[in-house]
Structure formats: C-alpha cells, structure tokens
Write a new protein. Structure first.
Length: 617
C-alpha cells in the first residue's frame, strides 16, 4: 500500500450570510465521503451554528459535545491539546459511507449562549497558549483524515479570523454577484493572508479558492456574462497560485461556480445523496468539481478545465487505500485453460490474481474488479481479438494514465503470430512470448516484475533533486499529450521536469520553472499549433536555444503543424507520422535515446509499459 499523505484543512468562509456556504461544505463533504475519503466537518460558526442540521437525519443521537467544549477544556484543563478527536459525532450516510462531525457544542440545558459569551479569545491566546493547542488539533486532524472541512463564522470576528488565518491550508471563500459580497470577502481574504504571514508557525502560503455561489445568469444573460467577466478579472490574484500557465481565469471561475437551483433553497438539503455528479443540469455536478479540486489539492487543474469528467473520476479513484489484488488476468474462451494455469502459477509466486472468467459478465461488475487490481495481464493466442478483452484493455489503459501509482499492462502471447492479434491498444507493449520460454517462466518473470514495482512505488515528482535529463516545454492546450509523453519517458529511465509534476501548491512557480529550465540537460519543445501561439512556450524555446550551457534542444512535432522557420533548423522527432500505437512507441524510444545521447540501437535504462495519449484512442 502507498504511504498516505497527511490530510489538509480547508475553511469555508463567507463575508455575508445566505450565500450557500454551509450548503456547499456539507454537500462537498458527502461526496468526498461517498468516494471513500476520510472526512471531518467542524462547525466553527459558534455564534450561529447550523452545520449539524444538514446531518441530523443521519445521526444516531444528537452531539453530546463539540467545539465549544473543546475550547473550554483547552482553557480550563491541562489536557486541552489532547481533545482534538474526543468530541466527534459519526454521521452514517446511506450506502455505507461515513463522515465525522465536530458540532458547535451541546445545548441540552440552555447554557450554550452564556458559555460562549464567556470565551475570551484574546486571553485564550495570551494566557492559555491556545495557538499551540490549535496546532495540536490540526496535527491530529490531519493524521486521522484526508480532508477537514471547517465552516467559519461570517463577517469580521475573532473566531472567523482564526478560521481564515491559522487553521486552514486552503481557504474557500463563497460570495454572490453583488458589490458588498465581493468587496467584503476580498478584503477579509487579504487580511487573512497578511495574518498568515505573521504567524509564529511554519506554514506554506495560504491557497485561496473563490466560490461563486447561487449564480443565475439565465434570466438576464447579458448582465450575467458582464458580471462573470468582471468577477474573473477581480478573482485572478486569488487563482494565481494554482492556476495552470496561460489558463483563462473565466474558465477556472466557471469550474468553481455553484448555480442557483430554487428547489435546493428550502431547508438543509443534501442533493449529493441523490443526484448524479455527471449530470450538468443538477447542482451536484458543480459541487463534484469543487470536491475533486480539493481532493486533488488544487493540482492537475488543466485537466479540470479541459475534461472535467476525467478530473472528477480521477479524484474518485485516488480515494482508494490500496489495491486488493495484484493482477487482473484477462483471457478469451480459447485461452481459458492456459489462463487458469497461469493464474495458479502467479499465486504460487506470491502474486494475488483474479481471473476474468471467474467473475460476473456484467460490464459494471467487471470494471470494478479491474479497478481493484493494480496490474493487468492479457493472454492472447492466434484465434484473434476477443471483444471482451478489447473492452477490458481499453478500460484499464484509460484508467491507469492518471493513477496515483504506476499500473502495468503485461501481454502474454502464445506465439509471434498472436502478437498481431492483440487489441490495437496493446500491440505496442512488450509481450511475454511463450515461444521463448515456458508458462512457468513467464509467470515467474511477471511475478518478479510486479513485486519489484510494488516495492518501488515512486512518486511522479523528483522534487529536491534539482537536475533533470529533460525539461518539457509545451502549450497549455497540449497538456494531456505532454503528460503522457512525460510518463513514458520516466518509465524508460529519463528524469523529467514537467510543471504539472514539479510545481506544487505553495511554490513560487516562475522561480520553479526557471530552475527547471536552467538545470535540465535537454529541452524538448512540444511543437503544435497552440505552441506557436504560446508566448511562454516560445520564450522557453528562445532561452534554451541561447543558453550559455549549450543545452540540447529537441523540437517534437505533433498534430497538424507546420514548424516555424526558427524551429525547422533544429533536429527534432516528428510524431506527425506516428499514427499507430507501435509507431508512437518507436518515436518515444527514439526521443528517449536522443535525450540521453545514446546511439540509435543502444538499450534504454528501463523498458516500462508505455501509456498512450488520448489521440491514440
């Protein structure tokens, strides 16, 4: 199982009430919990608590204590720092999902208001070291949960200031399209960022997510579009720390906008329990985009803009704690006996395996079994392509490209003739040919490969190393193609700098990009029509070409592009002619040898499975 990253704390804040802040938080929490994330909700709106109303139908009993009791214990007892997880209330959602809630407090005896009025925030910090207590709570929450969602007080308050400055890693600020909301919330966010910089604790830069809520542009389309353009411009500084280079702030703001649906304006509702996150005509569609953005830590945002459904699906998959089985074995009817023998041999070699013919033929069930298996073995003979195998292979490849850990596709063929019968998407992979050895030898080889890969579990990033074999320069529109290329080069043994992997939340990205460009031996420019119009990509090309280090510059031509004259003078790799998976793989390997300055027939450091860009599907 992969080592788990510490969780993150996310505060939801609004300057004014009535903008749907708690609604957004509660439904985001429900989606994340149903996807499999460990979620804690904290009602820090002590003066007007209400978050628990959304979850009341799913509580076995009312909260016996909550945040107010935690604060009192921090003030009155020496054990206050150890109360972070003491007053949680479980919320058991339909379908078996669960999240935890720290309510504002207990009010069974009517004493809540007077007890809250006795809380002196300034004295808590000065006399009782509440700052250190809060740090201990944060640390305990982040060890226990993937996401901690804090519902903050509105307006300008002491408790709200704590929620926006010291508590969060990410500040989601909700607002509606009117001047008092926009001006007020931006002022508070600016104050929070200044206060954050003055904290005596080690903290990265506070990341902010503007959440345009209850926005309805349909009745007055022109006026709505005017507001949308103005808001995008005013929110640009709040997007800058995590927005992809060259991205449109209007597109990003659209992805974090919750439209107005009158049906959900009554009561405390959880549409995330009943609606589909893929139906763009429902509010859960927008909430799912926000949930995925937070789950993925504001990373890979270019995919959210270009393919929102894939981004959400990847966030759902990333919630898994680990794969239950090492290998899924897919086979045709004619290879059933061979597949059973092969599966038994894998198990004898210490590798857990599932056989496709032992499972239900339902497509939905089959895909869930493939999701539960980390790697994929495809057994093929000379009888030709099997439609079910083609579906299995296509599903696995599509869902492994953005996986948190590397997943291998491993074809096993009975002869050289059978290689040509593999599904088109698998013909480019290195196959285990049973003409070259026995079934037992192939099983041992695959088992060794799987065990070795399971020990490695390398993250994409090589942060901290500084030096790279290659810097990939590209236009924002070509991100998916470039990331597939980066993954393939990495698997072949090339150390790669690509901004999506190396530039993390909180980094100063211009400096990070400058260092990556300067410290790479080779610069590969992915030359497309979009590249020729990208100012930053052209600047990177010029800087590499004029570098005093005499870096190797390799243009890679992709799609329907006529390279500019200043590019044509450089020796490149032309992917325009790579029309089949096998051609694509040959070009990737050619490029890897060029980057590593190896002879054309020299072996590469690794021979990993190659993933295909979307254009090959």
């Amino acid at each position: 199982m992969e080592p788990r990253r510490n969780g993150q704390v996310i505060t939801f804040y609004s300057y004014k009430g009535g903008v749907g802040r708690s609604f957004a938080l509660a439904n985001t929490a429900v989606l994340l919990a149903r996807w499999g994330y460990r979620v804690l909700c904290v009602d820090w709106d002590l003066e007007a608590p209400g978050l628990s109303y959304f979850f009341d139908p799913y509580l076995q009993e009312p909260p016996r204590a909550g945040l107010l009791e935690m604060i009192e214990e921090a003030r009155d007892t020496p054990d206050g720092a150890n109360t972070a997880l003491r007053h949680r209330t479980p919320v058991n959602l339909p379908g078996g999902a669960r999240l935890d809630l720290i309510a504002a407090g207990k009010d069974g005896d009517g004493s809540y208001v007077s007890r809250l009025q006795d809380v002196d925030w300034e004295k808590l910090y000065s006399a009782h070291d509440f700052g250190a207590t809060l740090e201990a709570w944060r640390a305990a929450w982040m060890r226990e949960y993937d996401l901690v969602l804090v519902d903050s007080r509105t307006g300008i308050t002491d408790s709200g200031g704590i929620c926006t400055a010291q508590v969060p890693d990410v500040l989601v600020f909700a607002f509606t399209a009117n001047e008092q909301n926009v001006r007020g919330v931006l002022d508070i966010v600016e104050r929070a960022m200044q206060a954050r910089d003055e904290l005596p604790y080690d903290r990265p830069r506070l990341l902010t997510v503007p959440l345009l809520s209850r926005f309805d542009a349909q009745p007055e389309y022109e006026q709505g579009e005017t507001w949308r353009r103005e808001l995008a411009e005013r929110m640009k500084p709040r997007l800058r720390d995590w927005a992809p280079r060259g991205s449109d702030p209007g597109e990003l703001l659209q992805r974090v906008t919750i439209p107005y649906f009158p049906v959900w304006s009554f009561g405390e509702s959880l549409p995330a329990l009943t609606e589909s996150p893929r139906n763009s005509e429902q509010v859960t569609y927008s909430i799912a985009g926000l949930a995925a953005l937070l789950a993925r830590r504001l990373e890979d945002v270019s995919l959210l803009v270009e393919n929102r459904d894939s981004y959400v699906e990847t966030a759902q998959q990333a919630a898994r704690r680990g794969y239950t089985t090492d290998v899924f074995v897919s086979h045709s009817q004619s290879t059933t006996k061979l597949a059973r023998n092969f599966t038994s041999l894998l198990r004898e070699n210490g590798v857990s395996a599932r056989l496709s013919s032992d499972l239900s033929p339902s497509a939905g069930t089959q895909s869930r079994h493939i999701d539960d298996c980390r790697h994929f073995v495809l057994i093929m003979d000379e009888n030709g392509e099997d439609p079910s195998q083609n579906l299995d292979t296509s599903y696995f490849l599509r869902h492994s490209v953005n996986a948190v850990t590397e997943r291998l596709a491993l074809p096993v063929v009975t002869s050289s003739t059978a290689i040509g019968q593999l599904p088109r998407l698998a013909q480019s992979f290195q196959a285990f040919n049973l003409e070259d050895g026995t079934v037992a030898q192939a099983a041992r080889a695959i088992a060794a490969r799987v065990r070795q890969d399971s020990r490695r579990l390398e993250p994409h990033s090589s942060r901290g190393g500084g030096h790279h074999d290659v810097f990939l320069s590209y236009a924002h529109a070509d991100a998916n193609w470039t990331l597939a290329l980066a993954e393939n080069l990495k698997r072949l043994g090339v150390s790669v700098f690509v901004d999506e992997w190396e530039v993390q939340s909180g980094d100063h990205w211009p400096t990070k990009l400058e260092d990556g460009l300067r410290n790479a031996d080779t610069v590969v420019s992915v030359v497309t029509g979009a590249w020729t119009r990208s100012e930053h990509a052209l600047q990177e090309f010029d800087r590499a070409a004029l570098s005093p280090r005499r870096q190797q510059v390799i243009p890679v031509l992709v799609g329907d592009v006529e390279p500019p004259s200043f590019v044509a003078t450089w020796s490149g790799v032309d992917f325009r002619s790579a029309l089949t998976p096998r051609d694509y793989v040959d070009h990737v390997r050619q490029l890897a040898r060029r980057i590593l300055r190896l002879p054309p027939d020299a072996p590469l450091p690794n021979s990993g499975t190659v993933v295909l860009p979307d254009t090959m599907f």
